[in-house]
Design a protein around this ligand. Structure first.
Ligand code: FMN
Length: 425
């Protein structure tokens, strides 16, 4: 391979395999050569011909191909590269990697390599949440495997949504570049066991079974007149992913959502509101709850006197826009004398001094935990990844940059442990 940086791309048998064609093209643009292995199942989704045409060299498919062995050999194939990338990483490939299986070219290369491995999981949300996949992912993290995604959103299967969509080619490319630059692998942190999706038969009950979890998400719109409003850039992706993860953990979930362009998460009761005052009323109506997670970006201020008719540009002075404070939903619920949830969690979106401001907010609001995230110029608002710090009175726990779906999964597991630890034995 002529380029100075190269990867061995293993394409598994999932619908997202088609995105790898785009990934190969983008890698080439960045001067990164890709040599490809396509699994048998992968061949059902993309052809070796299209993969090799884009990669500019033959695509490997068969462990027992004498030509391949004579050409390069499966051991050399797995080592004559800078990084192994598995995309889509199917549940099957993840299971093989976690257990050291080597019964085809892809899994043999993954076991034989002495290079780092980055995976981009992609599968149905139920497969992703299954205890077996949770165990396998925890094992891969312990083994130092790098992970990008999965994201939350609509699935190829009609009507299904949740965490399991493969990261987009641009996100995988960024993760590859970080890995090639030698960035340290994500900390070895076990992913909490979450149980099964609601409605899933068999298996253990989820860790939040029998609990009511209340989540707020998205922005609020504060009306100026019947056609105009004050808003912010919150997309609701993080809050919606948390609601979906709590439902996957067996909780009854009420999601109070501001105006967003996302589908309601499956298995979640979603209440749609516009303004901060409507959000507070919906939150109070949804109580009692054991855990309340306030991920919405509630507008701090609203217009003091909302015009009942559309304001007109009549050439005279600019209309005054006097602002007044909105109710503080987090503090109102955290300071309730009666019916306070066992765990009240706030979010702090900051552009500077993220942790310091979050510590001050924790004390000011009277909540149990603040999830602080840096939204300064990083594309977090509206983006698919988040870098968060969990701030409590006991200290700060910082997580690596993760897909919002993964932040949600880990946060829910973390809160379940925290809530269980606070209950009398
Ligand atoms: C239409 C279709 C789509 C599939 N999509 C996925 C997927 O996104 N993720 C996954 O883990 N398995 C998916 N599967 C199942 C895998 O193809 C199957 O587990 C296969 O054995 C994986 O082989 P591999 O890991 O060697 O590529 C899909 C199967 C079909 C028929």
């Amino acid at each position: 391979m002529s380029a100075s940086r190269s990867i061995l791309l293993i394409i598994g048998g999932g619908i997202a395999a088609y995105k790898c064609l785009e990934l190969i093209r983008r890698l080439k643009d960045r001067g990164i050569a890709s040599r490809c292995i396509l699994t048998k199942a992968g061949e059902a989704f993309v052809t070796p011909l299209s993969v090799s045409s884009l990669a500019g060299e033959r695509c490997f498919t068969d462990l027992f191909s004498l030509t391949d062995e004579a050409d390069i050999g499966h051991i050399a194939l797995s080592r004559s590269t800078d990084l192994l990338v598995v995309a889509p990483a199917t549940a099957d490939l993840i299971a093989k990697m976690a257990n050291g299986l080597a019964n085809d070219l892809a899994s043999t290369a993954l076991l034989a390599t002495d290079k780092r491995v980055l995976i981009a999981p992609a599968m149905n949300p139920r497969m992703w949440q299954h205890p077996a996949t949770r165990r396998n992912m925890a094992q891969l993290e312990k083994d130092g495997v790098l992970v990008v995604g999965p994201n939350s959103g609509a699935m190829a299967e009609r009507g299904e949504s949740g965490v399991g969509r493969m990261a987009e080619p641009a996100e995988i490319l960024a993760a590859i570049e970080r890995a090639l630059a030698g960035e340290a692998p994500a900390p070895q942190r076990a992913i909490g066991f979450l149980g099964r999706l609601p409605g899933g038969g068999g298996g253990a009950p989820g860790v939040l079974a029998g609990q009511h979890v209340l989540v707020t998400s998205g922005p609020t719109h504060e009306p100026i007149d019947p056609v105009r409003y004050i808003a912010n850039r919150s997309s609701g992706k993080q809050g919606h992913a948390i609601a979906a993860a709590a439902a996957a953990a067996g909780a009854r979930v009420t999601l109070v959502s501001g105006p967003v362009a996302l589908p309601d998460p499956e298995g979640v009761e979603t209440v749609h509101v516009e303004s901060a005052r409507e959000m507070l009323a919906a939150v109070e109506a949804a109580l009692p709850a054991q855990i309340a997670i306030f991920a919405a970006a509630v507008a701090d201020w609203r217009v003091a006197a909302e015009a009942t008719e559309k304001m007109k540009k009549d050439g005279s002075d600019l209309p005054p826009l006097a602002l007044i404070e909105n109710p503080d939903i987090l503090a109102t619920i955290a300071r309730r004398a009666a019916g306070r949830p066992e765990l009240v969690v706030g979010f702090a979106a900051e552009t500077e001094n993220v942790v310091t401001y979050a510590q001050a907010k924790l004390a000011r609001k009277g909540c149990d935990l603040i999830v602080a995230n840096d939204v300064g110029g990083t594309g977090v608002m509206g983006g698919d990844a988040n870098t968060v710090h969990l701030v409590t009175q006991d200290g700060v726990e910082s997580w690596p940059t993760l897909a919002k779906g993964e932040v949600a999964t880990r946060l829910v597991a973390h809160l379940a442990r925290l809530a269980a630890g606070r209950r009398p034995a």
